[in-house]
Design a protein around this ligand. Structure first.
Ligand code: NAD
Ligand code: UDP
Length: 340
């Protein structure tokens, strides 16, 4: 049984020599927003890293700065097709995540989540790797309980426009737990609540990137619906830290575990905070509500606090300030990822 190894602090020096080889970690979706931060942290921690991606919503630019590292490799591949890679740790982060992205090709989204889970689990079964799934708060749908605990089974419309993603992620969780019960695969299922930070795309379509880019351009901030719906926003470094701890937790710890920041904000309040932070002249405008938009979302993170000794450290304003700085650089054409 693996012992609990708390991951390193955020202050670990970049470029520090690696003192021990922790084996190869495979990151499906490693060229995406979250996946690229994860690749970076895994390299710093002492892993060799393989980034597997089909570059549908991710970008080579997100991992370009890692290319000169001898322990980093990119494989262009679609998780809907089987793969066989020698590895001891797999993170399955391959799936479009922004509603406009995942609704553009709903069948492709569902298949990415279902076939991607099967192919990832088959790879883990062959290699004996620990396999970590990026699940989502969307498994709770439009929740009738708040905060959402892991024991809540959710309220998902199975035939609506969000279902390709929600039901895809729910099916993936089912596959993870069935592979664990049937074949003894060592799984970890983390349910991510809205996470933001540098390397989101300008045109990603999610609320944080939309509002920041609109505010920096002094364009209207577009609230869908009345703006009273709530979300809980987690900064990317906190989220990645949670996943690293989860991957290193003992093999009795399979989850599901909520990973997110319990601070809850209305979308209206988020717009006001971002407008203030950017000193923007933007107006706040209301557009029609989107179908099946969850009214509230807030994680109960007691399980993560107890089992992983994890909780977010970065407050919304501080995380938004870093993200604003990033988008400012992108709009000015000066943003650059740092080499690891
Ligand atoms: P993202 O779109 O930036 O990253 C997804 C990555 O997966 C991209 O690099 C994309 O090219 C790749 N990908 C998509 N389909 C693929 C396929 N069929 N084969 C191979 N690669 C494929 O999104 P993200 O925000 O970084 O999300 C990463 C993961 O975390 C996703 O699984 C998402 O569902 C989950 N998640 C994210 C959030 C969040 O707030 N960011 C919340 C809940 C869950
Ligand atoms: N939203 C909004 N304006 C935007 C983008 C999103 O008001 O420009 C709202 C959206 O309707 C939802 C919330 O912000 O209520 C979060 O949306 P996002 O797409 O970021 O993530 P979700 O939690 O819906 O997956």
């Amino acid at each position: 049984m693996r012992s609990f190894v708390p991951s390193e602090g955020y202050s670990e020096a970049k470029g520090m020599p690696v003192l021990r080889d922790l084996g190869t970690a495979l990151v499906n979706g490693g060229a995406g927003f979250l996946g690229s931060h994860l690749c970076e942290r895994l390299l710093l921690r002492g892993h060799s890293v393989i980034c597997l991606d089909n570059f549908s919503t991710g970008r080579r630019a997100n991992v370009e700065h890692l290319a000169s590292n001898a322990r980093f490799r990119i494989i262009e591949h679609d998780v809907r097709q089987p793969f066989d890679i020698e590895t001891s740790l797999i993170f399955n982060f391959a799936s479009p995540a922004s509603p406009p992205d995942y609704q553009r090709d709903p069948v492709g989204t569902l298949l990415t989540n279902v076939l991607g889970a099967v192919n990832t689990l088959d790879c883990a079964r062959k290699t004996g790797a620990i396999v970590v799934q990026s699940s989502t708060s969307e498994v709770y749908g439009d929740p009738t309980q708040s905060p959402q605990r892991e024991s809540y089974c959710g309220n998902v419309n199975p035939i609506g426009p969000r279902a390709c993603y929600d039901e895809g992620k729910r099916s993936a969780e089912t596959l993870f737990f069935d592979y664990h019960r049937t074949y003894g695969v060592d799984i970890r299922v983390g349910r991510i609540f809205n996470t933001y930070g540098p390397r989101m795309r300008l045109d990603d379509g999610r609320v944080v990137s939309n509002f920041i880019v609109q505010a920096l351009r002094n364009a209207d901030l577009t609230i869908y619906g009345d703006g009273q719906q709530t979300r809980s926003f987690c900064y990317v470094d906190d989220l990645v830290e949670g996943f690293l701890r989860f991957s290193a937790a003992g093999s009795a710890c399979h989850g599901p575990i909520n990973l997110g920041n319990p601070g809850e904000f209305t979308v209206r309040r988020l717009a006001e905070i971002i407008r203030d932070l950017t000193n923007s002249r933007s107006r706040i405008v209301h557009l029609p509500a989107v179908v099946d938009d969850p009214r509230q979302r807030r994680p109960d993170i007691s399980r993560a606090m107890t089992e992983l000794e994890w909780q977010p450290r970065i407050e919304l304003e501080a995380g938004l300030a870093r993200t604003v700085e990033y988008f400012d650089g992108v709009l000015a054409g000066t943003a650059r990822a740092e080499a690891v």
